[in-house]
Write a protein that binds this ligand. Structure first.
Ligand SMILES: NC(=O)c1ccc[n+]([C@@H]2O[C@H](COP(=O)([O-])OP(=O)(O)OC[C@H]3O[C@@H](n4cnc5c(N)ncnc54)[C@H](OP(=O)(O)O)[C@@H]3O)[C@@H](O)[C@H]2O)c1
Length: 317
């Protein structure tokens, strides 16, 4: 079968489509014929050897997919750590979910990472059952996780503030329900939050930039606010003067889907809520661009340039 292989570390330019042997299902696995794969920042980091736990190359890329379970013919979407970008993959049964009837494979492939991550961000922030009007600042609001977080925030009745480098992207996220877009190229988001919340701050920040932004996030929260840290897209090690936390009883919480996905109880809890919202037609993966597998390098380059809106998807078969 054809697969997108990382033959050695070195960034997206080293990606190759190769013929590899078909996967075998382990005890808790089932083989899926893959139709589409969702591209994540983690995939980019994996090509560079910068993603924790990556096995030694050669390895097949990709961490989420949609397709057809060969044994049953059922349409499924799934989450894995590697090997999703191939014509077949062995999926963990507990990390496969049914695809809503009206969705394409591309839409389904854009669901698992973004929506589970966004759901867990609200859960970790303690905002699932908070009163309407609770405030959250969502960094990279026009990205994959960001657009998912806006859809969930709208359902929860959260007052959302979101950052992007582009007015055009912010305009599109407003249509999803974002109330306050902040173009960080034009204005300092910490100042904007202060101004827009009349000096009060937000209840939570979804922080995935790293570097100085963790300290800035801590300065954006009000009393007992929570900073949910889940990435470092700037490539800078996260920095935080913890004394800022004392002053407002604030706290920092880590979120890593790779780790949480091993906890079946937690994943089932999240899916119970997400699947209910899916049945009610409230969640819609936002797809920026679809690339054929043979143009995977261009897809990765677009992600690397930070020019994408929503999710980049690879069409596999
Ligand atoms: N911990 C977890 O379990 C988990 C799960 C999923 C994702 N993540 C992390 O969450 C982050 C977003 O993931 P995603 O898939 O939503 O990515 P994405 O859709 O590609 O969003 C990334 C966006 O971040 C913005 N950005 C701002 N500063 C940036 C910088 N210095 N470098 C690159 N991008 C920058 C850009 O949008 P603008 O131009 O609009 O600013 C870019 O398009 C990544 O860091 C990823 O590793 C973590």
């Amino acid at each position: 079968m054809r697969a997108l292989v990382i033959p050695r570390f070195g960034g997206p330019d080293i990606l190759e489509i190769q013929e590899v042997t078909d996967p075998h299902a382990g005890p808790d696995q089932t083989v899926v014929k893959v139709e589409a794969g969702g591209l994540n920042f983690a995939d980019l980091m994996t090509t560079e050897g910068g993603y924790a736990g990556t096995p030694k190359p050669p390895l097949t890329a990709g961490r989420e997919f949609a397709g057809v379970e060969i044994a049953t013919g059922k349409r499924v979407m799934g989450y894995t750590q590697w090997a999703a970008f191939a014509e077949k993959t062995a999926g963990q049964r507990s990390l496969l979910w049914p695809v809503p009837n009206e969705w394409s494979a591309e839409q389904a492939a854009a669901f698992p990472v973004n929506f589970f991550t966004a759901y867990f961000a609200y859960w970790k922030a303690g905002l699932i059952d908070k009163p309407a009007g609770t405030r959250v600042l969502i960094q990279a609001v026009a990205g994959g996780v960001g657009t998912a977080a806006v859809q969930i925030g709208k359902i929860l009745g959260i007052e959302m503030y979101g950052t992007s480098s582009s007015d055009d992207k912010l305009g599109r996220v407003r249509e999803l329900g974002l109330q306050h877009g902040i173009n960080y190229k034009k204005q300092d988001y910490q100042d904007s939050i202060k101004e827009l919340t009349h000096g009060e701050g937000v209840d939570a920040v979804f922080e995935m930039l790293g570097g100085e932004h963790v300290t800035k996030a801590a300065k954006c929260v009000r009393d007992f606010g929570r900073i949910i840290v889940y990435g470092a897209a700037t490539g800078q090690p996260p920095m935080l003067d913890t004394r800022i936390l004392y002053a407002r009883g604030a706290s920092v919480h880590g979120l890593w889907l790779s780790y949480l996905s091993r906890n079946t109880t937690l994943m089932n809890m999240a899916w119970q809520q997400l699947s209910q919202w899916l049945q009610e037609g409230k969640l819609h993966p936002v797809i920026g661009q679809v690339f054929p597998l043979q143009e995977a390098r261009a897809a990765y380059a677009l992600l690397q340039a930070g020019k994408n809106y929503g999710k980049i998807v690879l069409k596999i078969s």
